[in-house]
Each structure stands twice: as structure tokens, then as C-alpha cells.
Design a protein around this ligand. Sequence first.
Ligand code: BEZ
Ligand code: FE
Length: 288
Amino acid sequence: MTEQETAEQELTDKVVASFDSAKDERFREVMRALVRYAHAFVRETRLTHDEWTAAIEFLTAAGHLTTDTRQEFVLLSDVLGISMLTVAVNEPGLHESTESTVLGPFFVRDSPAIELGGNIAGGATGEPAWVEGRVTDTGGDPAPGARVEVWEADDDGMYDVQYDDGQLAGRAHLFTDAEGRYRFWGLTPTPYPIPDDGPVGRLLDHAGRSPMRAPHLHFMVTAPGFRRLVTHIFVADDPWLDADSVFGVKESLVRPFDRHEAGTPTPDGRRPEGPWTSTTFDIVLAKE
Ligand code: BEZ
Ligand code: FE
């Protein structure tokens, strides 16, 4: 080790050791690792003062933009793949249950309740999509009364919370029946960009990366005794499947949205004036 390397290592060791007496064991472990990796990053890149100042300005801009409905730090975590890596490390060995993906920044706690077969659109525009499936445990037994929360963007690529009118639209929750079945009308998902008018958008632009997400419909499924599932379904054969800006696509979550011409009878016995699509998504929950 050179004298310079020794001095750098001594500083790192000193800062790591400054957490030695923290009472909370997990906090101690996480903070020591954070310091080790952050220092290694500075050493490896030989980070300049100007670059560190630019990084702090970037984080400051992300903080100034963040509100209850615009979360720039979630976006940053998503585009750096940290959200998906956190998903991965938290479900090792859960191969028998439905896979998870990113929560994203547009989940809202108190969505409208709908009946089985109801419509989540609430005024959001887009092509109707019939979505149905069954929620079971890993043995195939039904999960009755499971809460199925769904949300999605309209056909302009906007979530309700991105409009100023305060209306909830394109989101709802419903409960599975005695056989674990659910069904609802949603909208055929279309590709849309993640919010890219802030520092994260500038970062993507600088990297020559697209902000587009593969078209998807979000699910959060909860039932007593089961692990909460946060996932999406993605539209099969879409060109953005291979270029999702937040690395959220998993093969097992890709579903065909079958197309039906105007006037084709729907599963709930209607003949819509326009075309519509339909898909099936069976969900397997892991025990807690
Ligand atoms: C979304 O799917 O809503 C989303 C996920 C990550 C970042 C931005 C948006
Ligand atoms: Fe989304």
C-alpha cells in the first residue's frame, strides 16, 4: 500500500468505527456498509470536488421537486435499478408464487372500492380491457376476500395524481370471491414516460437513455396470512418490454391482451361500440 492509499483507508476505517457504539444492530450494520461502499466509490472514481458538488446539487434539486405526489427519489432509485434489486433480495426462493416488481411513485392508499366486474376507469380515457383471474396459495387453494388493488395510466400516459383536478381515476380496489376469483374493467395499458422534467430526466438524457416504461397495469394484493404482493402485468409483444426505463419487466408477468372488434360480446354480456381487449392473470400468493 502506498502512503496515499494507507491514509485513505485509515479515514474509511475511522468513519466505519464511528458507528461501532450504535445500539441498534441493524442500523450499525447498514451504516458501516454504506460508509465502506461510498468511500470505495470516491476512491475508485477519484471523485473531484466539482463532481461531488454537482452530485449534491442534483440531490438538492430532487428534494426541492419532491412533494406528496411527485417523488423524485423513488424515480432515482428506480432508474438506477436499486428498487428492482431491493425486490430481488427480498424474495429469494419464492419461485412458486407470483413475481414482484417495482411499486413506482403513483400508488395511492385510499382508492375507490368497486364490485367484482366493476370499472376502474372513473373517467380515465383509453381502450377498455377486461381483466380476470384467480388468487390462490402455492398449493392452488383459493384466497377468498383477498384485496386486489389496481392502478394504471390513461391513454395519454398520465396517472390521475399527475393532473391538478384532485380526481381519482384509473385506480380501484376489489375483493376476491369465495373461489378466489376477481374480474374488472380497466384500460389497455399504453407505453408512457416516467416523469422526466426534473433531475432524473436530465440524468437519463445525459446517459442517452429513454424514460419510457413498458405498458403495464399495477397490482397490489393483500390477504391475511400471506406476503403482500406488489407487481404489474405487462402487455405482450410490446417493443418497450426490452427497454423498460426502471428494469421492471419479468417474463412471468408478460400477458397477451387479446383484441376484440367493436360489437364482440364481452364476458359480462355487453356489446361495446368500440374495440376492447381481454387478459387473464392468475396470482399465487406466498405464505407470510
Ligand atoms: C410506474 O410504473 O408508475 C413508475 C415506476 C417507476 C418510476 C416511475 C413510474
Ligand atoms: Fe406505472
